[in-house]
Design a protein around this ligand. Structure first.
Ligand code: C5P
Length: 409
């Protein structure tokens, strides 16, 4: 995908071992379609050379405020005016302190001070030893930096180059890339709490076998990611799938439809939006054998009786919170034909304000999909596109329909 197409990112490197990760981050920005201008402090040049960063960004690196390549000799102005964001990765403890003080005696701090605050967000990816990270001075500075309008992206935890283990590692390039992409999405669900179900369920026959389906979970995971990007607090209840948890999303793994219902009933108490993307099994074996069912040599197959599973979406949609308008419920319908009619009927039957239809065989396991949105006013098609694109569009459609959504899109 080209999630950063048309964006110009100023990537600032300060002195820290994590500079080696900045090389990969630069490459990731370029791969997503961004143009990247690298600026390095003198200390950063001790860890990685401007040559590497120039090769990866395709542009000469700036290291000095006296750089005579700029006709007006004002790189701090020229470099910031065309930028869509400034990303400092790694940002050292010293550089954080400098930003807080508004220091401007070298190019990178100077251009951070000179940036137009209303249009050029400053994203900071700290990197330091765990004691430096925990020090009250650093924590005080970070709080002040956030209060001054910067976005502090947090740190990872684990083994550090100094040999110690703890908080303070710079986030990985893929995590930073995700956060920068999210920065450019509209905050249409700011302050909302969103609960999403995804994937198949697994209904046990015995300890070895069970009934499941081909749902990959991709659509639900994309919706969880898109909702988080849009500023929501997101919980994802996932059936058995092997997808990575979207960044910033809380995940609860379940197996059966009844597990999923129990988790959703509990979590819906603290949710404003419920999006039921999961392909829940309609039936389960009425009783799951505690031991493996063995062939008995008779040539007779075992007879398995089925019981109908609870309808999670309908249950929540008929609950008090949904009825009083506190929980906005969205359902999915996977059909094989006559999508609009089936989707309209399903919306009525489930008693939900918005139903999203798709053609099952063209959606399951695919990276792209096409959606049909059905609400009380009619239908709207979201043409075939990558699932993350569709998820972002759907999130905006949901946001517009929320009764008390005070956020802007
Ligand atoms: O009735 P059908 O399974 O086609 O409905 C699909 C919608 O209902 C999806 O949103 C799905 O997640 C939800 N569903 C559910 N619990 C079930 C069956 C479906 O929440 N037992």
């Amino acid at each position: 995908m080209n999630d950063l197409a048309g964006k110009h990112i100023l990537l600032g490197l300060t002195g820290g071992v994590a500079c080696y990760k900045a090389a990969e981050l630069c490459r990731a920005f370029v791969k997503e379609g961004a143009t990247v201008q690298v600026v390095m402090t003198e200390a950063a040049c001790q860890f990685i050379t401007p040559v590497t960063m120039q090769a990866l960004s395709g542009r000469p690196v700036y290291v000095s405020q006296w750089d005579a390549r700029e006709p007006n000799n004002m790189p701090h102005i020229n470099l910031t005016r065309g930028a869509d964001a400034i990303v400092l990765a790694p940002c050292s403890a010293d550089f954080i302190a400098r930003l807080v003080q508004g220091r401007s005696d070298e190019l990178l701090s100077l251009l951070c001070l000179a940036r137009p605050m209303g249009s050029v967000p400053l994203l900071v990816a700290p990197a330091m030893n765990r004691e430096m990270w925990a020090h009250p001075a650093t924590q005080r500075n970070l709080a002040q930096l956030a209060a001054d309008g910067a976005t502090v992206l947090g740190v990872g935890s684990g083994f550090q180059a100094c040999g110690e283990t703890g908080d303070g590692r710079m986030l990985e390039p893929d995590q930073l890339l995700h956060d920068v992409i999210a920065q450019f999405q509209p905050r249409s669900l700011g302050g909302q709490r969103v609960l999403v179900t995804a994937g198949p369920t697994f209904e046990a026959i015995d300890p070895i076998r069970g009934i499941t389906n081909h749902s990959s979970g991709k659509m639900g995971f994309a919706i969880a990611r898109a909702a988080h990007e849009a500023g929501a607090e997101v919980t994802l209840v996932a059936g058995p799938v092997s997808l990575p948890t979207p960044r910033g999303v809380k995940r609860v793994d379940v197996q059966s439809a009844r597990d999923m219902l129990a988790a959703c009933t509990r979590l819906a108490e603290g949710a404003d939006v419920f999006v039921a993307t999961a392909a829940v099994a309609d039936w389960r074996p009425a009783t799951a054998s505690e031991q493996k069912i063995k062939k008995d040599g008779s040539g007779q197959a075992p007879v398995i009786a089925f019981a109908e599973n609870p309808d999670i979406l309908a249950t929540l949609a008929q609950g008090e919170r949904a009825k009083s308008g506190d929980l906005f419920c969205v359902g999915f319908a996977a059909e094989s034909h006559d999508l609009a009619n089936h989707a309209r009927a399903k919306r009525e039957r489930k008693g939900i304000p918005l139903l999203v239809g798709n053609i099952g065989p063209l959606a399951f396991g695919q990276d792209d999909n096409a959606l049909l949105l059905v609400d009380a006013h009619g239908e709207r098609e979201l043409p075939r596109a990558p699932k993350l694109d569709l998820a972002r569009q759907l999130v905006r459609e949901i946001a517009h329909r929320l009764p008390r959504n005070g956020s802007t899109s």
